[in-house]
Design a protein around this ligand. Structure first.
Ligand SMILES: *[C@@H]1O[C@H](CO)[C@@H](O)[C@H](O)[C@H]1NC(C)=O
Ligand SMILES: *[C@@H]1O[C@H](CO)[C@@H](O)[C@H](O)[C@H]1NC(C)=O
Ligand SMILES: *[C@@H]1O[C@H](CO)[C@@H](O)[C@H](O)[C@H]1NC(C)=O
Ligand SMILES: *[C@@H]1O[C@H](CO)[C@@H](O)[C@H](O)[C@H]1NC(C)=O
Ligand SMILES: [Ca+2]
Ligand SMILES: [Ca+2]
Length: 416
């Protein structure tokens, strides 16, 4: 023990000044062992065993492809549908045991703000197409490609369409040479675009963009678009339900359900976006009396003999209600009025009412016994318009009969 003790003392004079007791010695030995082990492990970890980069997480709302954390291996990142990748598409485990690039994130795509021109490009109208005026440093039909060679290699994946990739470019003696990933070919006017081999899909994508740009047909939502994490949804104004496809708005028929508060003596008229309760009151005209012969019709009581004032009043009033959408294209036929048979030698149709009505409507004959109410100019809703069509029977310019058709049009606030 003394020899051992001496040897240890010799080696570890910095730890022990005197030969310690057996217990103290054991404690010191343990400490020394621990110290050596720790030193060795830390050394080994670095030089021999540790050849991997730290574990990488998949981005939120995305996936990581590739599990290997060894030097020289790459991992790739993908985002869930509805999200776009911002940052490095892939990262490499470098010799220094540090991953290349920055950890990417998956950003929600704002479908509601979608525009065919990417990267800050401005969309310009053309006859049946569009073109993009790209922001500085970007090119391509939809400004999808970075023109700066250096920028191209670090182009974030988020700006790439599914069939378009940035090329890898190098500048040699002032000339730029670009190459594409396998499966892609150099294309585009600027030849800085790598396009997928599937040109058919490319065409589809372009068509979709054009359709979107032209509105209506490609309108994402008929009314309003609300961006949500990973998607979007369409909303409709009060009085409408969202259609099955989730994009359109469908009027709720309050009259077919109990959603209306019309009273028993009223008639419920369903309108686009609402409803109306109507009740026909027969007109009060001097020298004549009218009675209701149906909910929508009033007829004149027989006139006393030789009462010219009475016989000149209309024989009947009939009432019709139309529910229209705003901004209907014109001209179009709104309503037709027909005589059952010819009475007298002349049948005349005319539009009653003042200037406001004549701004939008006209009455013209469509055949011998029929007159039609025509819309001549689009009406912007919400509005309620009343047009009166008069049909008069004449015999040698003498009035035989007069029939009034009142057409009330409820024009909705929206074009649906
Ligand atoms: C050595 O590596 C192992 C496993 O990676 C770890 O548990 C240990 O704490 C490391 N030791 C030192 C001293 O770094
Ligand atoms: C029906 O209810 C609306 C409010 O919801 C009210 O403005 C309207 O006057 C009511 N009509 C009748 C006939 O009660
Ligand atoms: C028509 O009615 C007015 C008042 O209501 C009356 O003064 C007039 O005499 C009537 N005309 C005829 C022809 O009965
Ligand atoms: C009305 O419709 C025309 C096309 O039919 C459209 O150009 C115009 O913008 C529309 N106006 C409104 C206010 O919606
Ligand atoms: Ca979204
Ligand atoms: Ca309705």
């Amino acid at each position: 023990a003394a020899v051992l003790c001496t040897r240890i003392i010799f080696q570890l004079t910095f730890l022990l000044l005197d030969c310690p007791s057996r217990r103290e010695l054991q404690g010191t030995l343990k400490q020394v062992q621990k110290l050596l082990t720790a030193h060795e492990t830390s050394y080994c970890n670095k030089t021999i065993y540790q050849t991997t980069c730290p574990k990488l997480d998949a981005p939120t709302n995305g996936r990581k492809l590739g599990k290997s954390q060894s030097v020289g291996h790459e991992v790739h990142f993908l985002c869930d549908p509805g999200y776009e990748l911002v940052g490095a598409e892939s990262r490499l485990c470098q010799e220094s045991l540090v991953w290349s690039g920055q950890q990417p994130t998956c950003r929600d795509i704002n479908e509601c703000a979608s525009s065919p021109c990417l990267n800050g490009g401005t969309c310009v109208d053309e006859a049946s197409q569009f073109s993009c005026v790209c922001a500085k440093g970007w090119a391509g039909v939809t400004c999808q490609t970075a023109t700066h060679a250096a920028a191209a290699t670090t182009l974030p994946a988020a700006t790439n369409g599914p069939f378009v990739r940035p090329p890898r470019c190098t500048i040699t003696q002032g000339t730029t040479h670009c190459t594409c990933e396998p499966g892609y070919t150099i294309s585009g006017r600027d030849s800085y675009t790598c396009t997928g081999i599937s040109t058919e899909l490319d065409t589809v994508m372009m068509k979709a963009l054009i359709l979107f740009h032209n509105g209506q047909a490609g309108r994402l939502c008929q009314h309003a678009c609300v961006n949500t994490a990973g998607g979007y949804r369409c909303t409709c104004p009060a009085g409408y339900d969202v259609t099955r496809d989730g994009r359109g708005c469908k009027d709720i028929d309050e009259c077919a359900t109990r959603l209306n508060n019309c009273t028993k003596d009223q008639t419920c008229i369903n309108t686009n976006g609402g409803f109306q309760c109507v009740r026909v009151e027969c007109p009060k005209i001097p020298n004549a009396t009218y009675i209701k012969t149906s909910p929508m019709r009033c007829e004149r009581n027989p006139c006393p003999m030789d009462n010219k004032a009475c016989s000149q009043t209309p024989n009947s009033f009939s009432y019709h209600y139309l529910s229209l959408v705003s901004n209907l294209s014109a001209p179009r036929v709104m309503f037709r009025v027909s005589a059952l048979r010819q009475v007298g030698d002349t049948l005349r149709f005319s539009l009653l009412g003042g200037r406001p009505i004549r701004r939008y409507f006209t009455v013209q004959r469509s055949d011998r016994l029929t007159g039609q109410l025509m819309l001549v100019s689009p009406v912007q809703g919400p509005a309620t318009l009343e047009a009166e069509v008069e049909m008069m029977e004449l015999e040698r310019r003498e009035q035989l009969g007069r029939y009034i058709t009142k057409v009330t049009m409820f024009v909705s606030q929206y074009d649906f």
